[in-house]
Ligand binder design. Sequence first.
Ligand SMILES: *Cc1c(COP(=O)(O)O)cnc(C)c1O
Length: 429
Amino acid sequence: MDKKNLQIETKCVQGGYTPGNGEPRQVPIIQSTTFKYATSEDMGKLFDLEASGYFYSRLQNPTCDTVAAKICELEGGSAAMLTSSGQAASFFSIFNIASCGDHVVASTALYGGTYNLFAVTMKKMGISFTFIDPDCTAEELDAAFQPNTKAVFGESVSNPALTVLDIEKFAKAAHAHGVPLIIDNTFATPVNCRSFEFGADIVTHSTTKYMDGHGSAIGGCIVDSGKFDWMAHAEKFPGLCTPDESYHGITYATKFGKEGAYITKATAQLMRDFGCSQSPQSAYYLNLGLESLHLRIERHCLNAQKVAEFLESHEKVAWVNYPGLKSNKYYDLAQKYMPNGTCGVVSFGVKGGRKAAEAVMKQLRVIAIETHVADARSCCLHPANATHRQMSDEELIAAGVPGDLIRLSCGIENYQDLINDLAQALETL
Ligand SMILES: *Cc1c(COP(=O)(O)O)cnc(C)c1O
């Protein structure tokens, strides 16, 4: 039986690791920075990328590779790597194929940390970004490209705006311009959204969120679909399609093919030079989370749906944003790209604005106030008082984060307890 054809639930539990006779049933934590070889010649082959193997855990570690292989199977990709955080994954995913003087088209509906990385830090490195409304027309999207554009980036379900990306529209535009589409699939996870099946070429994750799912370890992952033909656009991607002098003139796209070139280059160059590697201990926690991802995601989505429906019908609630609600702008796109559910995060506003939002949150007993999302425990955040505290009321509205917005991340508790908690808090208004 070919284990590649298993259902996603089975891959969550068993993917990436098949122990042999007498080997540990659980993924072993290889807590070692270094690995031993009999001869210098053996070692030399690894440094030349002539043989594959481990020599230093900044570049690769067996525990991390095993867990990356599981995520690779979940996404249906050809190669994957873990990174120290979601931020590192976002950075590497672009910096692997774009450098000073290049340009990237990105959706405006992004995680705040990603927006800062692109608009401030990567801009300082000489990479420019055009941010485009994900609801733009095909013509507007087309007009965002430049001759030096190297990639398109968007989130399948965005954090915190909960915008659902029209992945096929973005993939079509990217491919028409000879560049890959990179999707941050953190909120939807591969259990809900299979981006590669809709044309995405590369997927990134903050594994800190649903994949870990217990608030235990910061981490990230990059998965390559293996479908993008770098050599067909060799003039755009010299880093993949011309010899790498720092690796004795290897050309990644010819030596490792479509399936391996991108991740091999990111490992050999970016991990070597930046060292944003995940610790084997964190990868072990991540794997424990992955083993129950399919079960948890189902419950997160059920709870969010029930809570969103409750809030929508409540007289003291001004508005609710959840793509699983029929009234939601993104309902149809969500049905197309993630018919089993989107994520466990709901945002809403209470009548009475900012002050009322503060008052309601103070009364919550089951739902905790935290700067976090996508955790087994329900939590909420008032961005106007936390992540977006420096902004005026006008600036908050322009950023799509009005002063009354409460971001609620539904955990995996019983949804009636969450509804009761919200009901008693709203009652006090
Ligand atoms: C949290 C998050 C990130 C950043 O991940 P870290 O693990 O915190 O570095 C990136 N993208 C999305 C969608 C996120 O929610």
